[in-house]
Design a protein around this ligand. Structure first.
Ligand code: E4P
Length: 218
């Protein structure tokens, strides 16, 4: 499963890239606003930190203006992936862009039927929002299972990009279902490393090592 960082914070992206675990980045207008940075400038900087796809979202609601915005965004770098909302105009834009060889991430997906539409429109990625789904009394993981089943039934190439990931269990369940990608805030990705028994194990080994009085490097 590929790991994307869901952030526009440069320091966090650099730190994750250094672990070798970073396969791409997703941003949205809220994350850009939170960064306080210029959209074009920060997106260009992020594109230079990973070879993987960097999602940059259009803000227009109509197809013609979405295409104009996408035209500007895709010139930023070869690894820009245009993010469009799951609306009729969004999917028209998706079809036009992917037919032209541009990566498209269809965002704000909350049903398996919507995911089916996005795949038929040629989406590179579909982003079901599991956290927001859970928040509203639905089952985010059931949504991922349903999309996996439908995409496998018909052999769609669209990658399932699990979004709105809130905790490590979302990551684990997504991997068990066979989602292609997950995007999570850096703190969730970093928390995947944590286990109390790893910490305790290191503590015990170091205490015993001290008793030997030895040093590996001399
Ligand atoms: C990613 O592409 C989405 O924009 C993001 O995961 C949304 O997450 P949130 O529900 O935590 O805002």
């Amino acid at each position: 499963m590929k790991f994307f960082a869901d952030t526009a914070e440069i320091d966090d992206i650099k730190e994750l890239a250094a672990t070798g675990l970073l396969d791409g980045v997703t941003t949205n207008p809220s994350l850009i606003a939170k960064s306080g940075r210029d959209f074009m400038e920060v997106t260009r900087e992020i594109c230079g930190l990973t070879d993987g796809p960097v999602s940059a979202e259009v803000v227009a609601l109509d197809h013609a203006t979405m295409m104009k915005e996408a035209e500007v965004l895709r010139k930023i770098a070869d690894n820009v992936c245009i993010k469009v909302p799951l609306t009729i105009d969004g999917l028209k834009t998706c079809k036009a862009l992917t037919e032209d060889g541009t990566m498209v991430n269809v965002t704000l997906c909350f049903s398996a039927n919507q995911a089916l539409l996005a795949a038929k429109a040629g989406a590179t990625f579909i982003s079901p929002f599991v956290g927001r789904h859970d928040d509203n009394g639905f089952d985010g993981m059931e949504l991922i299972s349903d999309i996996r089943l439908i995409y496998d039934n018909y052999g769609f190439d669209t990658e399932i990009l699990v979004a709105s990931v809130r905790h490590v269990t979302h990551v684990l369940e997504s991997a068990k279902i066979g989602a292609d990608v997950m995007t999570a805030p850096p703190k969730v990705i970093k928390s995947l490393f944590n286990h109390i028994l790893t910490d305790k194990g290191i503590e015990g080994f170091l205490a015993d090592w001290e008793k030997t009085g030895q040093s590996i490097t001399g």
